[in-house]
Design a protein around this ligand. Sequence first.
Ligand code: BGC
Length: 370
Amino acid sequence: MKFSTICLAASILILSGCKPKEAMVSPISEITWGKDGGKTIKLFTLTNKNGMEVKISNFGAVINSIVVPDRNGKMENIVLGFDSLKSYQGMHPYFGSLVGRYGNRIALGKFSLNGNNYTLAVNNGVNHLHGGIKGFNKQVFQIDTTYSTPDSSVIGLSYLSPDMEEGYPGNLKLKVNYVLTNNNEIKIEYEAETDKPTVLNITNHSYFNLTACKENILNHELVLMADSITPTDTTLIPTGILAPVAGTPFDFTIAHKIGERIDQVPGGYDINYKLRNKTGQLVQAAEVYEPASGRVLQAFTSEPGVQFYTGNFLDGSLTGFNGIKYQQHYGFCLEAQHFPDSPNKPQFPSVVLNPGEKYTQLTVYKFSVK
Ligand code: BGC
């Protein structure tokens, strides 16, 4: 073949979009979303072969939107969030964010570890919540990798949290992979290492509304694979006991509408469930069905608990996608995690991470219709 013929053939291949097979299955696109402290913030769009689309940013490792079909194939975003980076940089209740170092509350912002006392920010009444003043939700993550395979698209992010950041000991290296599969799953894989003993409880704080915010979430039907909760005091710190859910409005061992008994729970649900997870392997934690759209969300996790939160503190003051004002109970969270205030509750599964150990967590949100 002459050189010119080879060039012609190559041009035809390029013009006809003949790219490696995997790039065609799940292309990842990106835009520059803005800047934070001089650092460039990207917004990535992952699309699978079914047209499901997930947007993820390296600001706060946030899941910005999740577009899934309803039972008629209508594609809509089913998480609460904002169009602009500026809104995520401002005050909001952790929409879609990666939360850490400690997702949930630590009583009075204090704990001790190996005889050393640590003091954290008190940023929620008298307690510490979700990592402090500038938690991981407000940090810029490094973009380590973005790639597609025939089955999935992957964004790999990392963040190096310096020793004593927000009062937590140890230089902590955190990695998170977001994986969108062709089975309409979002897999969130976390890994962390420290150089000093520390505590760690990472979670994703997405607020779901399977109606795509046409109404609140009280009509959604929920099953939780959990037989007990960690009851709390008035400041939402666990008392330390496990209480069976049987015979209470917290019992979702069989499907109930979220709104069915919510009036019996002052303010709405905001409670940690102990999952039936005995192994630390990936098990199903929850299933949510929304009858009008037919959408189903199944949550799986390797964590021992899940915080079920019904957007009780949303009050219409935040305006999100499509100009929608997020009113009370416009979203629910299934925050896979260790139990709240574990650093002060030796009877709860340990959240201590020591040098030489590897923290791992896998949480999966899977979408379908019925
Ligand atoms: C907590 C709620 C809190 C919300 C937003 C949830 O994880 O359980 O009490 O209001 O996060 O910060």
